[in-house]
Design a protein around this ligand. Structure first.
Ligand SMILES: C[S@@+](CC[C@H](N)C(=O)[O-])C[C@H]1O[C@@H](n2cnc3c(N)ncnc32)[C@H](O)[C@@H]1O
Length: 219
């Protein structure tokens, strides 16, 4: 098998796109978003213009739409964005295909969300710095950015586990390749295999950067 490598997570998420929603079905975005918005309001959030950066299939922006935000969203994976577009329904959501490390001006937002370990894929310090600067440049003065990062516990647990997702016509095997000794700044690798295509995604713990190196192998 000849690996095809790309310097980011795009290839991996293009492959994962049809599985992503089922694979993360247990994530309660409504509850999570409610808590984050409470926190943001305590820090002075006002206004309803939101940018969901690294929006994936749209799971992280749907609760914002339901709460009356005007949503713009971006991701670097076109396949993830295709799924997101199918969910916007009656809402108008401007979707952009962009790498956060090279994000130009796309609006002036009151709130920017970057949720569910998007930041962990910005594995190089320069990439993380460039992404945060690009996001900041799209905030109105006084606007807020909300983002999360994986904990060591997640890397030692979920990123060390194997999970199989099987449906009538889809099958995916997620294989976390980290172990219990995984430490701060470590580079975690995960292999996801779907119908003979395998992608390996790397992500990193806070404090370092390194996230996506993606390799795809074909049988
Ligand atoms: C775990 S998913 C989270 C998606 C969504 N925010 C959610 O909560 O379901 C991570 C997303 O980050 C995107 N991503 C990773 N690196 C990126 C980059 N440099 N620029 C833009 N998107 C990126 C991936 O394509 C993927 O859709």
């Amino acid at each position: 098998m000849k690996p095809i490598s790309t310097p980011d997570a795009t290839g991996a998420y293009d492959i994962l796109a049809p599985f992503y929603d089922r694979f993360t079905a247990h994530h309660d975005y409504d509850l999570w978003t409610g808590g984050l918005l409470n926190l943001a309001h305590r820090h002075g959030l006002s206004g309803r213009r939101a940018l969901d950066a690294g929006c994936g299939t749209g799971k992280s922006f749907l609760p914002l739409l339901e709460r009356g935000f005007e949503v713009t969203a971006c991701d670097q994976s076109a396949a993830m964005l295709d799924v997101a577009a199918s969910k916007a329904g009656r809402h108008r959501v401007a979707l952009h295909c962009h790498d956060l490390r090279a994000l130009g001006p796309i609006g002036e937002f009151d709130l920017i969300t970057c949720l569910d370990d998007v930041a962990n894929y910005l594995t190089e310090p320069e990439g993380l710095t460039a992404a945060l600067a690009g996001l900041a440049a799209n905030l109105r003065p006084g606007g807020l950015i909300v983002f999360d990062a994986n904990t060591l516990s997640t890397y030692r647990g979920f990123f060390g586990e194997t999970a199989v997702l099987e449906e009538e016509r889809l099958m995916m095997v997620w294989r976390g390749l980290t172990d219990e000794g995984f430490g701060p700044g470590g580079l975690a690798q995960t292999s996801a295999t779907t119908h003979g295509r395998r992608s390996t995604v790397a992500s990193k713990t806070p404090g370092c950067a390194a996230w996506p190196s993606t390799a795809r192998t074909r049988p």
